[in-house]
Design a protein around this ligand. Structure first.
Ligand SMILES: [Zn+2]
Ligand SMILES: [Zn+2]
Length: 242
């Protein structure tokens, strides 16, 4: 809180610079950079995986077609590339909350547009490993989740999901291994989830292994899960239905 106050003072004294183009202004991402953010034109109706070229199916992607996910739907602000990707990188460094403010505002808008009238009971962030949390000092998914929750008037339930300690970094694993590895990594640490509608939040969704495993842990306890991410990573073309 004290830091926040200090930051507001500094903002008055020294205008914020856009984290992407360094233009002086009032927001962490200026309007011009926002307008340059990539958008998802055509995507899998279920998981928002962007179209990867000609012949994109009008139905679900290969993952959704084979029932890989237990969440109802996933939505992203855009594909994980260009200015959006650079904004997400900034989410991992100091001053991250400013970028989180801007992204969360748009993410809340995305929820209203994608699921109008759908009343969520809780917003839950994808938890970070204790080791990573020690390194970074904060969980960027929780930073987004808290702000999305405030904007939507829903409670951010930081304690509903926990991560089991892990000895191997997800990013060093191949895709198939990632999925298997992620499957047992999360634990819903709340009993009364039957009938609850949960909005699961993360910064990036690529293979869907992580959000998929979180959703599985929550649905196993009776919750229904929707996924909201800032960016949707694009898989290699061969992973996608022809
Ligand atoms: Zn800018
Ligand atoms: Zn899909």
């Amino acid at each position: 809180m004290r830091l926040w106050f200090l930051d507001r003072w500094l903002t008055l004294l020294f205008p914020i610079r856009c984290v992407l183009c360094r233009t002086r202004g009032e927001r962490a991402v200026c309007q011009r950079c926002w307008d340059a953010f990539p958008r998802i034109a055509d995507a899998c109706p279920r998981c928002d995986h962007p179209a990867t070229g000609a012949g994109w199916p009008t139905t679900n992607c290969a993952d959704c077609a084979r029932g890989a996910f237990t969440f109802v739907q996933a939505r992203a602000l855009g594909p994980h590339e260009g200015a959006l990707r650079r904004a997400i990188i900034r989410l991992k460094f100091s001053g991250a909350w400013r970028v989180a403010d801007v992204l969360a505002e748009r993410m809340a808008e995305r929820v209203r547009e994608a699921w109008p009238g759908l009343g969520f009971d809780a917003v839950v962030a994808v938890p970070m490993t204790a080791e990573r949390l020690r390194e970074r000092g904060f969980n960027q998914a929780a930073l987004l989740a808290g702000r999305v929750a405030v904007r939507l008037g829903i409670r951010h339930q930081a304690g509903w999901l926990a991560r089991r300690p892990t000895d191997q970094r997800q990013s060093t694993l191949a895709r198939g291994m990632r999925r298997r590895h992620a499957r047992g990594a999360f634990l819903a640490v709340v009993d009364k989830l039957a009938g609850r509608r949960v909005l699961l939040v993360d910064d990036v969704m690529t293979t869907g292994a992580t959000v998929g495993a979180c959703a599985r842990a929550l649905t196993a306890r009776g919750a229904t899960v929707w996924v909201l991410v800032a960016a949707r990573g694009v898989l290699r073309k061969e992973c996608v239905n022809k």
